[in-house]
Every structure is written in C-alpha cells, then in structure tokens.
Design a protein around this ligand. Structure first.
Ligand SMILES: NC(=O)c1ccc[n+]([C@@H]2O[C@H](COP(=O)([O-])OP(=O)(O)OC[C@H]3O[C@@H](n4cnc5c(N)ncnc54)[C@H](OP(=O)(O)O)[C@@H]3O)[C@@H](O)[C@H]2O)c1
Length: 247
C-alpha cells in the first residue's frame, strides 16, 4: 500500500514510517522538514503528494499546551489535510488522539485535542480515531517541562501508559484495514504519573525533587484510564524504563 504519514519526523510518526517500510509499504513523509507545512492554506502540492495514497496517518503535534494556539493548530492541520486527501481521492484516514478526552474537558489541552478529533471527522475521508494513553516517554517529557529550581511539580493522576511502538503498530493496522473502527489503546499496568516521573528522575540521576501537584478533578478521578473495551498491548512502564539510558 501507499501510506502518507503526516508528522513523519516525530516520535510516533518516525516509528510508523519505519514500520510501514519494513512491512513493504510505500511511505509519503509529510512534515515541514520534508517540505509540507500543514498550516499553509495552499494545499496544491500536498494534494499532488497524496495522489494514489491508500491511507493517511496523522500524528502531528504542537509544541505548547496553550488551548487557543493548539486548537488553532490542530483544527487547521486537520482541515487542510482532510481537504487535500479528499481531493486526491484517499479513502482512509487515521488520527492519533488521547484516551479519556470526553471525560476530561476540564483540562484545556484536551479540549484542543477533542477539537482536533472533530475537525478530522468533519474533513478527513474515512476518518478513524486511535486514542492512546500517555506514552511511556511522557514521564521524561513531564520532568523536562515541569522542573524549575530543582523541583518538578507533576500533576497527581492515575495513568496506564503505553509503548509508542504499540501505537505505531496499531496506527498501521488501522491504515491497512487490518483493524477497523475507532480504537482505545493502553499499556498493561496502571501507575501514578508523579511516581513515574520520580522513578525516571532516579533512573537518570536527575538532581531534582519530584512533588505531586493538584490535577483537574476529572483526571485526578481516573478519567484518562482506559475503559473496558480498550486494547491492552505492549511492555509495562518499568520494563520500558529498564531499557532507557541512565544519562
Ligand atoms: N505524549 C503523549 O503521552 C501522548 C499520548 C497520546 C496521544 N498523543 C498525541 O500524539 C501526537 C503525536 O505526538 P508526538 O510526540 O509523536 O509528536 P512530535 O514528536 O512532536 O512530532 C510532531 C510531528 O508533527 C510535525 N509537524 C509539526 N508542525 C507541523 C506543520 N505545521 N506541518 C507539518 N508537520 C508538522 C513535526 O515535523 P516538523 O517539525 O518537521 O514539521 C513532527 O513530525 C500528538 O498529537 C499528541 O497529542 C500524545
């Protein structure tokens, strides 16, 4: 198959790209680095690149959690990409989102991600949504983003993180039609985010005190944990941690 990956240079996108090629698919890589800015309203070149594509996998991201800016980014990307895919006759689209969004609308970034899903469903041909829980690597990101003056304040929420290799695999299964319908995906073990960040900091020898911070009520109450129908796949967080470099 010919598969376009929007966000092909990113953490998840690079794994989808590599896996798709390994399985013998042709990949069209879409990102600014490969010459496509998906916020550009002129989609002429994008439409040309999507000719003959069987499925688009969209795994873009915006480098801030500000609600207004991320809503603008995600809805613009979804609309432009969906319009170009429709014009090019692409039959199937898959977008990556987050487990528990509907129940977590008191968290501003999740309002932006719900807008992302809705814009994708409105614009993208044959739209499917994969909602994944937090990446295993999210603990590292949270430590990086929230450390100030030797203290990392981390929202105290239950989470059931998943390996990004599994996310890439399920995205590809949805793109090829091996899986159908919207999917929720999680790793095998519930954890607490603040505990993961503390263990990650210890693992890499970071000189930082990790403290719990208040979370929005929905997430503190477990809204981002997977429900009964979720796919459970991949290694648990501790197994992932053991494979991470120590510095
Ligand atoms: N972190 C988590 O725990 C988690 C959990 C579930 C779902 N998610 C979702 O997963 C998605 C992917 O995350 P990620 O960490 O893989 O993202 P990432 O590593 O930051 O990669 C983002 C990708 O988007 C591309 N991109 C950004 N702006 C673009 C633009 N204007 N035009 C075209 N391409 C653009 C980037 O490439 P260029 O810079 O080359 O343009 C890059 O390839 C996000 O939407 C996130 O909400 C995250």
């Amino acid at each position: 198959m010919r598969i376009a990956v929007a966000g092909a240079t990113g953490q998840v996108g690079s794994q989808v790209t590599a896996l798709a090629r390994k399985e013998g698919h042709e990949v069209v890589e879409i990102s600014r680095e490969t010459g496509f800015d998906l916020t550009d309203p002129d989609t002429t070149r994008l439409e040309a690149a999507l000719q003959g594509v069987d499925a688009v996998v969209e795994v873009t991201s915006f480098p801030a959690i500000d609600e207004a800016a991320s809503t603008e980014f995600f809805t613009t990307v979804a609309t432009n990409l969906g319009r170009a895919a429709t014009a090019a006759g692409v039959p199937r689209s898959v977008v990556l989102s987050i487990v528990g969004l509907d129940e977590s609308q008191d968290y501003p970034y999740y309002r932006a991600k719900l807008a992302h899903e809705r814009a994708t469903r409105a614009a993208a041909p044959g739209a499917l949504v994969l909602r994944a829980t937090q990446f295993h690597d999210f603990a590292r990101q949270m430590l990086e983003w929230n450390t100030d003056g030797g203290v990392a304040r981390i929202m105290d929420v239950p989470t059931q993180p998943v390996d990004t290799a599994e996310i890439a695999q399920v995205l590809l299964e949805l793109a090829t039609g091996e899986l159908d319908g919207d999917v929720d995906l999680a790793g095998p073990k519930p954890e607490r985010l603040v505990d993961l960040v503390r263990r990650y900091a210890e693992h890499v020898g970071a000189d930082v005190v990790v403290e719990p911070d208040a979370a929005v009520p929905s997430m503190a109450g477990g809204s981002i944990l997977p429900g009964d129908g979720a796919l459970i796949r991949g290694i648990d967080w501790q197994t992932w941690l053991a494979a991470q470099p120590r510095s």
